[in-house]
Ligand binder design. Structure first.
Ligand SMILES: NC(=O)c1ccc[n+]([C@@H]2O[C@H](COP(=O)([O-])OP(=O)(O)OC[C@H]3O[C@@H](n4cnc5c(N)ncnc54)[C@H](O)[C@@H]3O)[C@@H](O)[C@H]2O)c1
Length: 318
C-alpha cells in the first residue's frame, strides 16, 4: 500500500509520516518545497531518509495524477493548505489552494478508483458560540464560517458529499480544532505552541485570547485520528468533528507556570471568536477514534521536546 501525503512537510504531516513509517507503510510526500525544518523536529535522521519526496503543487492536477500513477498510490492523506492569516491576506489564491487543491484530490481518487482520501477540514467551518445559542455543536450543524479559510473548507465538505454521492469516492474529512505541539509554526491558533516554546526556552511571551476556553488538541492525537481513518471501515458520515479537550487559556498558562515557575507569560484579554465545543461522538462510533492526551500531558511532552531540541535538560512532571 502506498500513501500520498500532501503537505507532508508541515506540522501534522510530519507526525503522520512518523506514524506510518512506524507501521511499515510506503510514503510519498507531495509538497511545494523539500523544506525539512519541521520534519527535523519530529523525525529521526533515519526516518528522514525513508520516504519519497515529490515537489509539486496541489493545484497542478496533471502532475498530481502522474505522481499517483508513477508511485502506485492507493490512498491519499490530503493536508496541504493555507491557514487563516494567509487565506485572509489573499482570497483569490486561497480559493485555488484550499478549494481547487482539495477537489483535485477527489478528482484523482475518482479517476484512479483510489481506496480512500483522508483530508483535513477544520472547525473554522462553524460560527461563533451565539450562532448555536451557546450549545455544543453537532457534527451536522450548519456552517457559519467567519474567515475565508473556513468558507473554503466548507465548500470542500460539499464537494466531498458530491463525489461520494455521484461517483462513490470514499473520503473521510476531519475537522481539527486548535492543534498544538512541536512543529506548529503557522496559523491563528499556533499561540499555544508558541507560549509552550517560550516557557521551555526561558523567553517572554504575550499570549492573545486570555479570556477564551479553547480546544487543546495535541498533534499526536491528530496524527492518530488520520492514521485510523485511512483503514477503518467505510463511514456513513463524510466529515467528522475531532476534538481534544476544552480548557481555558488561563489553565494552560497556570500549568506551564507550575512546570516552569520562572515562565514569563502574560495574557492579553480577548477571545478567538469561534465556538470550541463540538460533539465528537460520531468519530468515536464510526471511526473508533478518541483522544489520548489531556492538556497537561500534551503541554508536558511539547515543553520537553522543545527543551530536548535546544539541548536543555528535561523538566520534571509536577
Ligand atoms: N494546525 C491546526 O490547528 C489545524 C486546525 C484545523 C485544520 N487544520 C488543517 O490541517 C492541515 C495541515 O495543517 P498543518 O498545521 O500541518 O499545516 P502546515 O502549514 O504546517 O503545513 C501545510 C503544508 O502544506 C504545504 N502546501 C501549502 N500549499 C501547497 C500547495 N499548493 N501544494 C503543495 N503543498 C502545499 C506547505 O508547504 C506545508 O508544508 C491543513 O489542511 C489545515 O488546514 C489544521
Amino acid at each position: 500500500m502506498a500513501y500520498l501525503i500532501t503537505g507532508g512537510m508541515g506540522c501534522i504531516g510530519s507526525y503522520v509520516i512518523r506514524d506510518l513509517l512506524n507501521a511499515g507503510e510506503k510514503i510519498i510526500v507531495y509538497d511545494f518545497m523539500q523544506d525539512l525544518t519541521i520534519p527535523r523536529m519530529v523525525l529521526t535522521e533515519e526516518q528522514l531518509e525513508q520516504f519519497t519526496f515529490v515537489q509539486g503543487d496541489i493545484t497542478d492536477l496533471p502532475h498530481v495524477l502522474r505522481t499517483i500513477q508513477e508511485h502506485e498510490v492507493d490512498r491519499i492523506i490530503h493536508l496541504a493548505s493555507w491557514q487563516v492569516p494567509a487565506c485572509d491576506a489573499n482570497p483569490p489564491q486561497a480559493l485555488k489552494i484550499v478549494c481547487e487543491g482539495t477537489i483535485n484530490m477527489f478528482e484523482a481518487a475518482r479517476i484512479f478508483g483510489l481506496k480512500r482520501v483522508v483530508w483535513a477540514s477544520s472547525v473554522a467551518v462553524f460560527g461563533s458560540p451565539e450562532d448555536y445559542n451557546y450549545q455544543q455543536i453537532e457534527n451536522d450543524a450548519p456552517h457559519y464560517p467567519k474567515f475565508i479559510y473556513g468558507a473554503c473548507k466548507s465548500m470542500n465538505e460539499r464537494y466531498a458529499s458530491h463525489y461520494f454521492d455521484e461517483y462513490g469516492v470514499d473520503t473521510i474529512g476531519l475537522r481539527f480544532t486548535a492543534v498544538y505541539g512541536v512543529g506548529r509554526t503557522r496559523g491563528m491558533s499556533s499561540f499555544s505552541t508558541q507560549m509552550i516554546e517560550a516557557a521551555a526556552l526561558g523567553k517572554p511571551y504575550v499570549s492573545p485570547f486570555g479570556d477564551d476556553a479553547v480546544d487543546w488538541q495535541y498533534v499526536e492525537d491528530v496524527s492518530k485520528s488520520i492514521v485510523i481513518s485511512c483503514t477503518c471501515p467505510a463511514t456513513q458520515t463524510r466529515v467528522f468533528n475531532v476534538k481534544g479537550g476544552i480548557r481555558t487559556v488561563k489553565e494552560g498558562v497556570a500549568y506551564l507556570k507550575k512546570l516552569v515557575p520562572s515562565a514569563q507569560i502574560t495574557l492579553e484579554p480577548g477571545v478567538f471568536g469561534i465556538s470550541w465545543d463540538y460533539d465528537a461522538e460520531p468519530i468515536a462510533e464510526q471511526v473508533g477514534f478518541t483522544p489520548e492526551y489531556t492538556m497537561e500531558q500534551g503541554i508536558f511532552k511539547t515543553l520537553n521536546r522543545f527543551r530536548e531540541l535546544a539541548g536543555l535538560d528535561p523538566i520534571q512532571e509536577k
